[in-house]
Ligand binder design. Structure first.
Ligand SMILES: [Mg+2]
Length: 195
């Protein structure tokens, strides 16, 4: 069985470089440790400002090798063995724009190796648009996925035989209508209960 795991906001801390880009462009806009209430920071940023901060973040050389791992990445390290033993294959599915330096795929794989998340049952796919994940999951017959982005979950709900789960974060707590998990462990338990 195939499952998919998103990287940014799930395993890797994209919040930190993004918020530091915001505060470089708009000094003092975000207080230390600010927890966004939605995916696009609408409480603090206009859509133009948010886009400008994203564009600036993507100027970082080899950005995708530099993100801090989140606690769920540590948790997944131990869970990968259990998935392997149960013939579950893991696709790291990520929408990561090009940055200066290596390709997004090469940077991502380097990060996964460095954080001990590569195994014989894992592979990586970088998509051009997050909306392409649903199509990817359909083609690859991915049965379960976990992601922090509400519109990705909505799109993936339309894939026949696929069950997407939102990983609870400050920026998606208001999306109460979507199926959610609070941790990687909870997601993996749902997967293993179905094998
Ligand atoms: Mg994400």
């Amino acid at each position: 069985m195939n499952i998919a795991i998103d990287i940014d906001g799930v395993l890797a801390n994209f919040t930190q470089p993004f918020q530091s880009a915001v505060n470089s462009l708009y000094p003092g806009r975000l207080e230390d440790g600010y927890a966004p209430k939605d995916f696009w920071y609408t409480e603090k940023l206009s859509s133009e400002e948010s886009l400008a901060a994203l564009t600036s973040t993507f100027q970082t050389h080899n950005l995708w090798t530099k993100l801090e791992p989140l606690p769920d990445a540590k948790e997944l390290q131990t869970l990968l063995h259990e998935l392997h033993m149960n013939a579950v294959d893991v696709i790291y599915a990520t929408h990561r724009p090009k940055t200066p330096g290596m390709s997004s795929l090469a940077q991502t794989n380097r990060w996964l190796i460095h954080n001990d998340l590569m195994r014989g049952n894992t592979t990586t796919v970088v998509v051009d648009k997050s909306q392409h994940k649903a199509h990817l999951y359909e083609i690859l017959n991915v049965k379960f996925s976990v992601d922090d982005r509400p519109d990705t979950i909505l799109a993936c709900q339309a894939v026949p035989g696929h069950r997407p789960y939102l990983l609870e974060r400050s920026w998606n707590v208001s999306d109460i209508h979507l199926p959610r998990v609070r941790s990687m462990r909870e997601f993996v338990k749902i997967v293993l209960d179905k094998t």
